[in-house]
Design a binder for this molecule. Sequence first.
Ligand SMILES: *[C@@H]1O[C@H](CO)[C@@H](O)[C@H](O)[C@H]1NC(C)=O
Ligand SMILES: *[C@@H]1O[C@H](CO)[C@@H](O)[C@H](O)[C@H]1NC(C)=O
Ligand SMILES: *[C@@H]1O[C@H](CO)[C@@H](O)[C@H](O)[C@H]1NC(C)=O
Ligand SMILES: *[C@@H]1O[C@H](CO)[C@@H](O)[C@H](O)[C@H]1NC(C)=O
Ligand SMILES: *[C@@H]1O[C@H](CO)[C@@H](O)[C@H](O)[C@H]1NC(C)=O
Length: 442
Amino acid sequence: MMLALAGFQLAFALLGTALTLPAIETKKGLLSFPVLQKRSQSVNLRKRDNVVALGNVSTLTYLIRLEIGTPPQPVEVVLDTGSFELWIDPTCATAATQGQEEKCNASGRYVPGQSSTYVDKGAKQHIGYGKGGAEISYAADSILVPGSNSQPLRNVVFGVGVNTTELAWGVGGIGHGNGFNLHYNNLIDELHAQGITQSKAFSIALGGQYSETGGAIIFGGVDTKKFGGKLHKFDNMPPQIEGSKEGPWRYWVQMKSVGITTPNKVVATYEYSTMPALLDTGSTWSYLPQHIFDSLQDDFNATLSEDGSLEVPCSIVDQPGTVDFTFGDLTIQVPYSEFISQLEPGYCALGVLPRKGSYDRAVLGDSFLRSAYVIFDQTNQHLYMASYHDCGTNEQILSGEVGAALNLTGQCHSGHHLFASIPMCWIIVPAAFVLWVLALFL
Ligand SMILES: *[C@@H]1O[C@H](CO)[C@@H](O)[C@H](O)[C@H]1NC(C)=O
Ligand SMILES: *[C@@H]1O[C@H](CO)[C@@H](O)[C@H](O)[C@H]1NC(C)=O
Ligand SMILES: *[C@@H]1O[C@H](CO)[C@@H](O)[C@H](O)[C@H]1NC(C)=O
Ligand SMILES: *[C@@H]1O[C@H](CO)[C@@H](O)[C@H](O)[C@H]1NC(C)=O
Ligand SMILES: *[C@@H]1O[C@H](CO)[C@@H](O)[C@H](O)[C@H]1NC(C)=O
C-alpha cells in the first residue's frame, strides 16, 4: 500500500527518544509470524488520477497478529512493505460497510489504558489512503516476541487510531525506517536494535491464493523450505520519482521484462517492460503501464470490464500458463491460478490494473508476490528473490553480512504447489472492506 505522504513530514518531526535499553538475549536470532489471509468484500478501488471503481468484489488481504502492551493485547494489522510505520485501532464505526465493520470488530483492539507499559508520545499525524484516512496518536509500548521466554520488544513507537475512516485494519508498515524515512525506530529497526535479529532483514512468503497455510514472515531469517534453488540478489534501488517529486525509500527493484507463457508454451515478452518495480505486499493488485496492460488484454483475449479490470473466463484459471516477470537472470513465473482472482462466482480478473503517468514504474502487489519468495535486506540495501514453493519449514538465521542469503539454497523442487487448483466449492466470505490499497501517486 502506498501512503499519501501528506503526513510524512510529520513523521520526520517525531523524534522518538533513543532507546538505551540493554539488548535482549536471544539465541534464536529470528522471529517468525504466520501470514494470515483474510478475504473480504471490497466496494471500491480507486486511484487518484484515474478512478477505478471495482464493484462489490472479494479480495484477499494479508495480515499478521501482534500482541501489544502489558498484558499483551492481540491486534491484526495489514502486512505492508509499501509503508514504514505501524499503526493500529481503526475506528470500526466509520468502516465503509457493515461487513467491513464486522471485520474490524473481529481484528482486535489495543486499549492504551489497559496496558501498564503504555507511554503517550504526545504527537499526532494524519495518514491518507485515497478514500480512507487515519488520524493517529503516537504511543510507545511493548510488543510480545512469540515463541521466546525472553523479554518483549520494549518501548516500540507506533500509532493508535484516533479517528480513521473507511479502514478495517491497522497497518504494519515494514519499509525503511530510521535514517531513511523516519527519525525514530520502526518495528524493523527495533527488532534489530533490541537484538532479536542480527540484521534489518526479513523474508516473506505470502502463500497461495487458495491455501490458508504456507505464508510466513521471518524477521532476521529465511525459510529454505519456501523456495527452490538459489536466491538471486538485487540492489534495492534508491527513492524514485513519485508523482512530481522524489518519494521515500521503498523496496524498488529493477525489472527486466514482463511476458507470458501460454498454456501451449508460446512465449511472449513485452516491449518496453524494463523499469523499476515496487514490491508491495499491501497492494492486492499489480500496476503496470498501459501498454503492458493492453498487451495482456490482447494475449488473454480479456474483456475490459466497467470497473477497469481485465475479465477472463474462469475456465482458464486451471490452465498451465504463466505471467512471467524477469529480474536479471531470474524469471518468476506466476501461474494463471495465482495471477487470476475470482472476484465473485463466475467473475475472474487478471491481477493487474493500468498505471497512468509519465514515468514507467511498476507496482508488484500480491498478484505477483504470491509466487515469489523475497528477502528484504535493509542492512545492505539488497533484495533477494526466488520462486515460491512450499515444502515444509526450515528457518535459518540471516546474518547482517553482505550476500549472506546467497549461501542459503532453497530445498523445494520446482513443481511443488506451482499449479495449485481452485477448490471446487469456492466460497466468498461475506464481509466488506474498502480497498484502500491505492497507488496514490500513480
Ligand atoms: C456485496 O456482496 C455481498 C455478498 O455477495 C452482499 O451480501 C452485499 O450486500 C453486497 N454489498 C453491496 C454494497 O452491494
Ligand atoms: C462492532 O462493535 C461495536 C461495539 O462493540 C458494536 O456496537 C457494533 O454493532 C459492531 N458492529 C458489527 C457490524 O458487528
Ligand atoms: C473524523 O475524520 C473525518 C474526516 O476527516 C471528519 O469529517 C470528522 O469530523 C472526524 N471526526 C472526529 C470525531 O474528529
Ligand atoms: C475472444 O473472446 C471473444 C469474446 O469473448 C470470443 O468470441 C473469441 O472467440 C475469443 N477469441 C479467442 C482467440 O479465444
Ligand atoms: C558462505 O559460506 C561459506 C562456506 O560455508 C563461508 O565461508 C562464507 O563466509 C559464507 N558467506 C556468507 C556471506 O555468509
